[in-house]
Design a protein around this ligand. Sequence first.
Ligand SMILES: Nc1ncnc2c1ncn2[C@@H]1O[C@H](COP(=O)(O)OP(=O)(O)OP(=O)(O)O)[C@@H](O)[C@H]1O
Ligand SMILES: [Mg+2]
Length: 499
Amino acid sequence: MPPRPRRLVPGLRGRIVGALLVTTVATLGIAAVALLGPLEQQLRNSALATLQRDVSQAKPGFERLNLAAAQTSPEAQRRLQSVANALAVRIGAPNVSVFAYPLVQLTFFDAESERGDTFDDVATAFTRIAYGKTGKAAVVPSFGTLDGTDVARVAMPITLPGRAGQTYVLAVRKTIEEIPGAVKVVRTAFITAALAGVALTLILGIPLAATLVRRLRRLRDASLGLARGGRPVEVPVDRAGDEVGDLTRAFATMQRRLQHQEDARRAFVATASHELRTPLTSLDGMLELVDDDLRGGTPDIEDAVQLLGRARAQSRRLGRLAADLLDLSRLDAEVDLRSEPIELGELSRAVLAEFEVGTADRGITSRLEGTEGACWALGDPGSIAQILRILLDNAVRATPEGSELRVELHDGSGPVTVSVCDHGPGVPEGERDLIFERFQRGRATGGRGGFGLGLAIGRELAERMGGELVLEDRPGPGATFTLRLPAARAPEADPVPAV
Ligand SMILES: Nc1ncnc2c1ncn2[C@@H]1O[C@H](COP(=O)(O)OP(=O)(O)OP(=O)(O)O)[C@@H](O)[C@H]1O
Ligand SMILES: [Mg+2]
């Protein structure tokens, strides 16, 4: 039953576009969560780390000063203030202060912005120093707000060599109000890019899906047409180099092959039935004549014997045709052939012996050449013997009385060959390919020939064994047919007995 036409869509186009969209949106969403979420925090942390690094690089400058004197001497205080100012200018942080314990501010900066500063980080740093913490462990990095502005803060202890007990803390604040702005810029750029990506997906995806579905539909219609009617349908031409194009071209090739096979099948059935009918009709005619003769009361025995002899010849011919047709159907059904090492010398001798009676009657001598050593080929013993019989049968038929037939064996570096050479009329140039076709006989055979199946069967058998059967292009009278087979190594065990 032909397949019921099914709707290819809903959805192939929609599903392709939907899948593209979902993929794009999901990718962008994941990227947004992974990138934009932690972006602000990462920028803040990085600003704080940079500030801490800058402050620790500036710390030795403060350690060289006489900080104890700064509380009493205006000159020392002025020097301290100028070092603090220089640091403030260098790192772009307006608030740089130095504290003596307990929270005595030695330097002053921007009074406005300092007013709101609780310096709680400085107190924490003093506490850490009091608990014996030193180096990085005593540094207090933090975030805070001054005058409503976000700032990164660092409170770093200043240890003065040789003045144990006297501790100072350097406090620096740097505004980070530009970070939210930078994050906003990145976010806006990301959203714009995402929207452009989605729009591009739609612009490219919809026409692509539509074209794909249209091409598939045409192919589907052609397949359904072929399935319904079995007749050749018009296959859409698709020159695209993609998978659908390949599929369309493969479909067209498949349809051509099917058509070719169907034509060949019809021709085969017509020829085979014709070939069967001819000997059957003549067989029937001869039997009828014998029957008439016998019923007539005074049978002509000599005539009857002659007719029966011809009838037997026709029935043998029919038997051969039946055997050939069976061989062909086996070949068409691709029944597996054996593949084993065969000694061609022994096999050829055995097949030649089968023809001895027929050749001796006509004074034909046969020779086997090139068998100094064993000649091993890989193949099916029964099929190789059959090919040799086909070739020898043709050669015996073609060769004139009293001449010679030769079977030549050759095993060089390539494939192993066995050739059958005769001294007959040879094959005319225009028939060299034709004679290998089924039911094709040469013109010169007249009525003597068979059914024109031998060489076709032989060639197919040879190819099924990985070899070939060819008509050699040799000068001189006669014809030489060569069977080439893959070479085989002699087996360790006894050779396979010849068929
Ligand atoms: N040795 C040969 N010399 C000359 N012509 C040949 C020779 N062998 C084959 N041919 C030509 O090839 C044709 C096809 O040969 P093929 O063996 O296929 O068919 P056939 O001998 O006519 O019939 P079948 O083998 O079916 O009984 C022959 O009819 C003949 O014209
Ligand atoms: Mg033949």
